[in-house]
Design a protein around this ligand. Structure first.
Ligand code: AMP
Ligand code: MG
Length: 334
């Protein structure tokens, strides 16, 4: 199959609509990362996403809809959740509700819930409006690989396997949406992202981080998997272990390897003699740069050396969750 990367035009949207109606999979830009979408009502189309990604069958997908879509046809919406939709949607917040069982059971992997996201990306909105149906979509990367933030990243993982990638440029947010369980009386963060616990609590009074207890079935099965792994060798050091990180860098150079250092700007500024992947200074910059740097690192380096940034809380929760998991330190499985 020939994979085409096309900008969003009336022609490419008409083709995307035909493909989705025919049960095919189409990749599309969002403001967080690129998604791999199919008609959420079509069992075979949804199963195709799992096959293409090599995604475990118990890791549910998010249903994406346009801003005019009436989500009460798909899920129960507790009254207190209205304020969060008004404040944060469209945007990088996925809300998990009790499902009405209208979409394919493969979307939620048999869970009684359905997660819904309304992306703010104009490309995503145009695509969702054109197809009309809810679109089940995970991130458009091979399972466990680094999430894609450009059309080229999607192409690198799926060239020859999908017909169309709708190019909307770089995904500015850089990390996946916040996943928020809204099935109880207090919202629970299942996955941290750019809409933070503090921001949600400020609207509805409370918001908690979900913690997985031993022996319990996780509320969000995706939490249990290693993720975002670059394909090269990696090493990871704490914020106080800069010296050890540099030693590791020199050792790799001494062995004839090509190390690269992935770290926040303040640390990068002190090591301008090293090959650097500078994450930036603010949490938002670090979110936006993380996946692109991991993909550059795996192509260019024999050893990717990460140094934990110093900042904590807010957007750093999401950034560090991805960073630690990329380096094989599962932040969620403490
Ligand atoms: P991805 O788009 O690849 O980041 O995957 C979607 C994420 O949303 C995974 O971490 C899933 O576990 C989570 N998710 C999707 N649907 C649900 C649901 N119904 N309940 C809990 N978590 C969900
Ligand atoms: Mg993913």
């Amino acid at each position: 199959m020939n994979t085409r990367i096309l900008p969003v035009t009336s022609e490419s949207l008409a083709w995307a609509k035909e493909l989705i109606a025919a049960g095919e999979v189409v990749a599309f830009h969002t403001e967080t990362v690129y998604g791999l979408g199919a008609d959420a009502r079509n069992d075979r189309a949804v199963k195709k996403i799992f096959e293409l990604k090599g995604r475990p069958a118990d890791n549910p997908l998010i249903a994406h809809v346009h801003t005019g879509y009436d989500i009460s046809t798909l899920v129960e919406t507790p009254a207190w959740t209205a304020r969060l939709r008004e404040k944060f949607l469209p945007g990088p917040l996925t809300m998990v509700y009790p499902s009405k069982g209208v979409v394919s059971p493969y979307v939620s992997c048999g869970l009684p819930t359905l997660s819904i996201r309304v992306p703010s990306s104009p490309t995503a909105q145009a695509f969702l409006r054109a197809v009309g149906c809810p679109v089940a979509a995970p991130s458009a990367n091979r399972s466990k690989h680094v999430s894609p933030v450009t059309a080229q990243h999607v192409y690198d993982d799926f060239a020859g396997d999908i017909p169309l990638i709708l190019d909307g440029g770089a995904s500015q947010g850089g990390i996946e949406s916040t996943v928020l369980d809204c099935t109880g009386s207090v919202p629970l963060i299942l996955r941290a992202g750019l809409v933070t616990r503090e921001m949600i609590a400020a609207e509805v009074g409370a918001c908690e981080n979900y913690t997985l207890h031993a022996g319990e079935r996780p509320k969000s099965p995706g939490m249990a998997y290693r993720h975002y792994a670059p394909s090269c060798r990696t090493a990871f050091f704490g914020a106080d272990e800069q010296k050890a990180a540099i030693r590791c860098y020199r050792e790799e150079t001494g062995r004839g390897g090509v190390p690269m250092l992935l770290c926040e700007h303040a640390v990068a500024a002190k090591h301008s003699d090293c090959r650097l992947l500078d994450l930036g200074a603010t949490p938002e910059e670090m979110a936006a740069n993380l996946y692109a740097h991991l993909r550059t690192g795996e192509r260019a380096a024999t050893l990717l050396i990460g140094i934990d940034p110093r900042a904590r809380g807010g957007v750093m929760e999401g950034v560090r969750n991805r960073l630690l998991r990329a380096f094989g330190r599962n932040a969620e499985e403490k």
